[in-house]
Ligand binder design. Structure first.
Ligand code: AMP
Ligand code: ZN
Length: 120
């Protein structure tokens, strides 16, 4: 827990979010400024500033966060149903100023829906 971190506050419930998923290690909720028709954020409960701070002990968590993306995309109606179908989604992790990171609490973006849309 980092007292000044907005995503820690969402994790502890002191700031509201449109939550779509929770387990012991992570939550997922709708991005407040969606860059696509579906824009979700997968956020670990533990505070980690960036992907670059992840170490061996975080590898399991990272795998679970990434593996959750197709399930949430499917539940939001933008799941991948094969190459002949129009669905699918983008997963994205921004790291540091060069990566356009705004919130320094690790998160995976899940974006999808009818195009055009221009992810940041
Ligand atoms: P990033 O640039 O990868 O750090 O992305 C941070 C994302 O968090 C942006 O897409 C913001 O719109 C989103 N965001 C910031 N504050 C909130 C909030 N209170 N609830 C939901 N999403 C948020
Ligand atoms: Zn945090």
């Amino acid at each position: 827990m980092n007292g000044s971190c907005i995503f820690c506050k969402i994790v502890d419930g002191s700031i509201p979010s449109k939550q779509v998923y929770e387990d012991t290690e992570m939550i997922a909720f709708h991005d407040i400024h969606p860059a696509a028709p579906v824009h979700l954020l997968i956020v670990p409960k533990v505070h980690i500033d960036t992907l670059a701070e992840c170490e061996t002990q975080h590898h399991g968590l990272l795998g679970k966060m990434l593996a959750l993306a197709p399930r949430l995309a499917r539940e939001a109606g933008v799941g991948y149903e094969g190459r002949e179908a129009p669905g699918g989604f983008k997963t994205m992790i921004n790291t540091g100023p060069g990566g356009g990171q705004e919130v320094y609490h690790l998160h995976v973006h899940v974006l999808g829906g009818p195009r055009p849309w221009a992810p940041r």
